[in-house]
Design a protein around this ligand. Structure first.
Ligand code: APR
Ligand code: PHB
Length: 392
């Protein structure tokens, strides 16, 4: 079957779905193609801290109802050095909050509204999607489904297909510069239906390693510790993980942990990655398709949202006002914010983790920096304004 639309979107993750809804809201035609099923997309456990840029998009789409009803606005978060909590009062320091609301729930809200908002999503296209003639003004996407080859002719293609998608690879290597930094540890995460040990997030740098206490609701918690890349989930039965969390989060928070069986437990590697440029000809990259951040700064979803904010504005200007400048400037504008979020995520990862080979001196430097943060309003403000998200 052949389709014709204004913008073909590859990927029904947060980036693809937010972009699709914003374009449809502006009366611009688009079609989303997604390799997996709805169930698979909604089964992925992801992060849960939303910046204002993300909640603003949901509000602009009038899809924020459940987010405001079930999400938890947070006025601050905590850094810990194994002995005390250092509270970063983001509300007082920046006038903003962050919203704790699972990415899975946000994606569910976007999927549930797709049909009523006339946003077509073609599911389960597998690895068949290919992009064609992106260097011209009549690009197209092909994919296989139900034994047939299908084609979508569009004016633009938005690659919202995550780190493992095909879009990025369609850009000629000669035009590309990539930046990558792999971290020598992974995050072991556990999701459990137990009340959080603390009303606000805690990022801890204990001498035994990193821990994060987060949550999905008042009755569902999400915890992480860093583990060597050689370890597997099997090395960490629930009890061993709960014991380690109780130590790393420090005596106060550790004593408030409620234990329970893991609903989900997995290890994810940490990586900083930036692909430049985030556009080529009629192809644009949004979200993880263009960049990856270590989860320490809670920037992954929020960077996808800022890319979408920039690209949707540029495409709406193109189709509605024949304004060609914003489209031409998308990559440069998006990357300015991406690089600052990459820096903050890298900074917080280096501050809060014990790296292999770190000795007493490196630990002392981390403890000294945390003590400086604890006593410096200027440092706390710098951290707070990055955590809530820099202005668009
Ligand atoms: N064809 C079609 N769809 C594809 C293909 C393909 N070949 N390859 C990948 N996809 C889909 C994936 O199945 C996924 O649903 O693209 C979507 C990309 O979504 P995400 O990986 O969630 O990326 P993004 O929308 O940019 O959101 C970034 O998601 O992964 C987290 O940590 C990340 O929080 C960040 C957020
Ligand atoms: C989460 O709740 O999964 C989470 C929160 C904050 C982070 C990373 C993950 O920085």
């Amino acid at each position: 079957m052949d389709y014709k639309t204004d913008v073909a979107i590859i990927g029904a993750g947060p980036a693809g779905l937010m972009l699709g809804h914003l374009l449809r809201q502006a009366g611009i035609g688009c079609i989303v193609v997604e390799r997996s099923s709805q169930e698979h997309v909604l089964g992925r456990i992801r992060a849960g801290v939303l910046e204002r840029v993300t909640t603003d998009i949901m509000d602009q789409l009038e899809l924020g109802g459940r987010m405001h009803a079930e999400g938890m606005p947070e006025d601050g978060f905590n850094l810990a050095d194994g002995e005390r909590l250092i509270r970063i009062d983001i509300k007082r320091l920046t006038g903003k909050q962050v919203m704790v609301y699972g990415q899975t729930e946000l994606t569910r809200d976007l999927i549930d509204a797709a049909a009523s908002r006339d946003l077509p999503v073609i599911w389960q296209t597998g690895d068949s999607v290919a992009v064609h003639q992106i260097d011209g003004e009549a690009p197209y996407v092909t994919f296989e489904k139900d034994g047939e080859t299908h084609r979508i002719d569009a004016r633009f293609i938005a690659g919202c297909d995550g780190f493992h998608g095909p879009s990025r690879r369609a850009i000629p290597v000669a035009s590309v510069k990539e930046y990558e930094h792999a971290y020598p540890f992974g995050w072991l995460g556990i999701l459990a239906d137990v009340p959080p040990c603390n009303p606000e997030l805690i990022y801890a740098n204990h001498e035994r390693g990193f821990a994060l206490a987060s949550m999905r609701s008042r009755t569902r918690s999400r915890y992480y510790i860093d583990v060597p890349l050689t370890e597997t989930v099997e090395d960490w039965p629930d009890d061993r993980l709960w014991d380690e969390l109780a130590v790393r989060l420090g005596p106060e928070a550790g004593a408030r942990i409620t234990r329970g069986p893991a609903l989900e437990k997995s290890i994810a590697p940490l990586r900083s990655y930036i692909f430049t440029p985030m556009q080529y000809g009629s192809l644009f990259l949004c979200g993880d398709a263009g960049h990856i951040v270590p989860p320490t700064g809670a920037k992954g979803l929020n960077l996808a949202a800022s890319d979408v904010a920039y690209l949707s504005r540029a495409l709406i200007a193109w189709f509605k006002k024949n304004d060609r400048e914003q489209v031409a400037g998308y990559s440069a504008l998006a990357l300015k914010r991406v690089w600052k979020a990459e820096r903050f995520s890298w900074y917080l990862t280096k501050l809060m983790h014990r790296f292999p080979g770190d000795g007493d001196f490196e630990r002392a430097m981390q403890v000294a920096e945390l003590d400086y943060i604890a006593n410096s309003e200027a440092m706390q403000t710098a951290i707070a304004e990055n955590y809530v998200g820099l202005p668009l």
